[in-house]
Design a protein around this ligand. Structure first.
Ligand code: AMP
Ligand code: MG
Length: 403
């Protein structure tokens, strides 16, 4: 059985082969959050476009502003002012943060290091050439590529595109992610379940997880545990960029997902991973579409999506597969787990100062959705560890939707 790291790598290796020209779409910068760029973004001019002061103070010629010297202040420049007059010798100009230095000035002295009487400014210390301003063009040259194709767009990348005037961005069309649940017990979330039925909560979480990582959910509803209707739904799902199913992949008599896929000629790259929850997770390819069969218990579905589907959507977007964002934390309470599988336990991390401390939440196993809703991370217990002591350093996987 593969470890979760090996299973993840398997997904990456297979999806890499899908890289290549992809469908693109033009997205307005305001709407671009979570899209992946399919074009380079270049600057429209130098950045900064002028020598830009980083302090409130006085623009000087450093040679004239030695410690103890007096210079005559001949005016002021605020951010946005047009600056044309050069700075004459033995003068200075009051300048604000973000304003342009006059030509001839080669330093800005912070106001805190000066004394002023009338138009006379005295300097408390020597000015150094280049201090407290960013020279024109030092952040980027004109026409320089500041964002490359494959970049995932977050708020900083969107703002940078906006800064250089690129308000329409060619992006990868979000991979259409078919979401299909299975199970005779499952009813629509807006339906009242019978006494032995459950609502299709996985369709909600899978759609949210898909959106969060940059996919476009295509909701296919639920298939009953019967070969014919299940096959029809799966064939429908295989028409999308990727198919994500929940349920029907365990060893039960009515777990038919693998049977149907095999009949359709699927190749399987794994059909179990040594993790708990999530062990029966399946990944393969059928009719040129990759599919995931995730176990149906809600926490299993969520963990296995996080681990295996996320990198697939990244690669279908033309981005690099993101690394699993594990971080280290101090374990709050001692812990005992059955060895053999890597555990992803719903847990809560809190920060005392900068040190994260994590404690597992009480849970009743992988069907306990309420436990996960009280958690903000998963505590990763390695497969070879049976007992962990309080105070040990452990890995956690943050729930990036809420942390
Ligand atoms: P399965 O993986 O098909 O054996 O499903 C395991 C359990 O997960 C089922 O008994 C249900 O309790 C639960 N489950 C399956 N599908 C869903 C779903 N779509 N939404 C919420 N819970 C589900
Ligand atoms: Mg089932």
């Amino acid at each position: 059985m593969l470890t979760y790291e090996q299973a993840r790598q398997t997904v990456v290796d297979h999806l890499q082969t899908k890289k290549g020209p992809r469908a693109t779409t033009v997205v307005n910068v305001w709407e671009a959050l979570g899209y992946v760029l399919a074009q380079p973004v270049r600057t429209d001019r130098e950045y900064p476009p002028f020598d830009r002061s980083t302090r409130d103070g006085y623009a000087v010629r450093a040679a004239d502003a030695a410690q103890g010297s007096d210079l005559r202040c001949v005016g002021e420049i605020k951010a946005g002012d047009t600056v044309t007059a050069p700075l004459a010798r033995w003068t200075c100009v009051q300048i604000m943060t973000g304003a342009a230095l006059p030509s001839g000035a080669d330093a800005v002295v912070m106001i805190e290091h000066t004394h002023r009487e009338g138009d006379k400014v005295r300097f408390d210390r020597d000015a150094r050439i280049g201090q407290n301003f960013v020279p024109r063009g030092n952040e980027a040259k004109s026409g320089e590529v500041v964002l490359t194709p494959g970049t995932r767009l977050g708020y900083a990348e969107m703002a940078l595109a906006a800064q250089v005037g690129q308000t329409e961005l060619l992006c990868a069309a979000k991979p259409r992610t078919a979401i299909l649940s299975t199970g005779d017990e499952v009813v629509l979330v807006n339906q009242k379940p019978g006494p032995f039925q459950i609502r299709n909560s996985n369709s909600v979480s899978l759609a949210a997880q898909t959106k969060l990582v940059g996919g476009e959910p295509v909701l296919l509803g639920n298939a009953p545990d019967r070969l014919e209707p299940l096959r029809a739904k799966i064939e429908r799902g295989l028409k999308e960029d990727v198919l994500v199913m929940s349920g029907g992949v365990s060893m039960g008599k009515y777990d038919l997902v693998e049977t149907v896929l095999r009949d359709l000629g699927a190749e399987f790259y794994f059909d179990a991973v040594s993790i708990r929850p999530g062990k029966p997770a399946v990944f393969g390819r059928c009719r040129d579409t990759f599919f995931f069969g995730l176990p149906g218990n809600p926490v299993s579905t969520m963990v296995t999506f996080e681990l295996f589907v996320t990198p697939a959507i990244d690669l279908l977007n033309g981005a690099e597969a993101r690394a699993l964002p594990l971080v280290q934390a101090r374990l709050g309470d001692a812990l005992k787990e059955k060895p053999g599988l890597a555990h992803f336990l719903p847990a809560r991390v809190a920060w005392q100062g900068s040190t994260p401390e994590v404690k597992p939440v009480k849970w009743q196993g992988s069907g306990d959705l309420a436990a996960l809703a009280h958690a903000n991370c998963f505590l990763v217990v390695p497969p070879d560890r049976e007992e962990l002591a309080a105070g040990e350093t452990v890995s956690i996987l943050l729930r990036k939707d809420i942390v």
